[in-house]
Design a protein around this ligand. Structure first.
Ligand code: ZN
Length: 283
């Protein structure tokens, strides 16, 4: 391997160039704050399910409904996938959500869909962990930087060991159950997740991805307004609070509660249009 070259004489000057925000969001279409506020009040429960530890479950939410993910029994990370219920090729776009809103999301942030659609699939309307902010290690909660634990990476790092309850596999089985698709068709539709309740960041000195024990406690929840009709899948990660390990049965794991509500926002809701671009790409 090549050694790092010596720093040039103007190295410090180059490092001191000030950063600019890649995507200023002041021209981003803003949700109506009154509509978001209504979506958190006078909720009428329409459906509920429990995601067992180290398993995944699928559920459907209609446009304008609010859905809530709650920590019950103990701190537990949840890996969330979202699809347009009528077109599974339109799904959550973790990378662009990160580019627009930052590494971690909270109340007011939106979960964007893949190109060529690029519209909000859901908007976060309540987050009991919004107080956490960014800690001294650079960690925050509800990240869009991790991908999901998966059996391929686990095998790569562990001499071929097979583990079947990584979030990638849990989400695949949940999507099979939610759609009737066979595993081979469901797996490619599983995508990078929103890591609900997970506390992560990048180490300041080496830029390595880190996780630490989730600050979630029983009763903590995050609420989303479904912007379009959604098929959702949630995995209760085998890492539990993700404070030590994952991709095994070693960590203490807890269930996650999912509830779907109607509110006064439900009937009044108008789904957002896809982004305006003619898809000609200069041809
Ligand atoms: Zn996981």
């Amino acid at each position: 391997m090549q050694k790092s070259p010596a720093a040039p004489p103007d190295a410090e000057a180059r490092r001191e160039v000030r950063p600019v925000i890649c995507y200023p969001t002041d021209t981003l279409p803003a949700p109506d704050p009154d509509h978001l506020a209504v979506a958190t009040r006078d909720l009428v429960k329409r459906a509920g399910l429990t995601v067992p530890p180290r398993e995944g479950r699928a559920f459907r939410v209609a446009a304008g409904q609010t859905f809530r993910i709650t920590s019950v029994e103990g701190p537990q990370v949840g890996d969330l996938n979202l699809w347009n219920a009528h077109d599974l090729t339109e799904r959550f776009f973790s990378g662009k959500t990160r580019a627009l809103h930052g590494t971690h999301v909270t109340t007011g942030d939106r979960l964007w869909s893949t190109l060529p659609h690029l519209r909000p699939l859901a908007t976060i309307v309540d987050d009991t962990l919004s107080w956490y902010g960014i800690d001294a290690f650079g960690g925050g909660v509800h990240d869009v930087i991790g991908t999901r634990c998966d059996p391929y990476t686990h095998a790569l790092l562990n001499d071929g060991d097979a583990y079947h309850h990584c979030c990638h596999s849990n989400l695949t089985r949940a999507l099979c159950d939610g759609t009737g698709l066979p595993v081979a068709e469901a797996e490619p539709l599983v995508h990078d997740v929103l890591n609900v309740f997970m506390c992560t960041g990048f180490t300041r000195d080496t830029g390595r991805y880190f996780m630490k024990a989730s600050p979630a406690r029983p009763g903590d929840h995050i609420d989303f307004l479904a912007e379009i009709d959604l098929l959702c899948a949630l995995s209760a990660c085998p890492g539990g609070d993700c404070g030590s390990t994952h991709s095994s049965d070693d960590a203490a794991c807890h269930p996650l509660l999912v509830e779907v509500f109607d509110s006064a926002a439900t009937a009044a809701h108008r789904p957002p249009e896809p982004a305006r671009y003619d898809r000609s790409h200069g041809r």
